[in-house]
Design a protein around this ligand. Sequence first.
Ligand SMILES: [Ca+2]
Ligand SMILES: [Ca+2]
Length: 152
Amino acid sequence: MYDNGGRGIHCFLSDNITIVNNTCYQNSASPEIDEGEITVYGTGSNRSENCSVYNNILFARTGEKVNTVSNVTNYIHRNNIYFNSEIGSQLSTIGKSADPMFVNPTTGDFKLKTGSPAIDYGVSSLYFPKKDLFGNARPKGKEVDCGAYEIE
Ligand SMILES: [Ca+2]
Ligand SMILES: [Ca+2]
């Protein structure tokens, strides 16, 4: 998901949602929206329950948030790579701040270069898709890669 006016992935007042192995790049392009790449929230006592966000790459728009999380219950948030902003929710637990090293984001090529910190950074003890966006089997190597592509 990239360059959308709204959030990359938006979970609002929803339960039992798993957001796994996505590559989100500089979404929230609208000047009115500054909530980042992946958002999970509710309002007041209307909470989003049993939602999970892991094995994703969140590449923030410059000067904007990585993500937004609030009014959640039983929320899992781990093994994500984020970059280009240190503003967001639960960044101490979200995962690792590091350049994911895309091949060429300006042409929409979000495969990972050799040596990317997203390689083998995912978690395979939770549900994950057994094929990547190319249809190649995953995981390869020691662990699942973060994002939509399994490189090694
Ligand atoms: Ca914006
Ligand atoms: Ca791997």
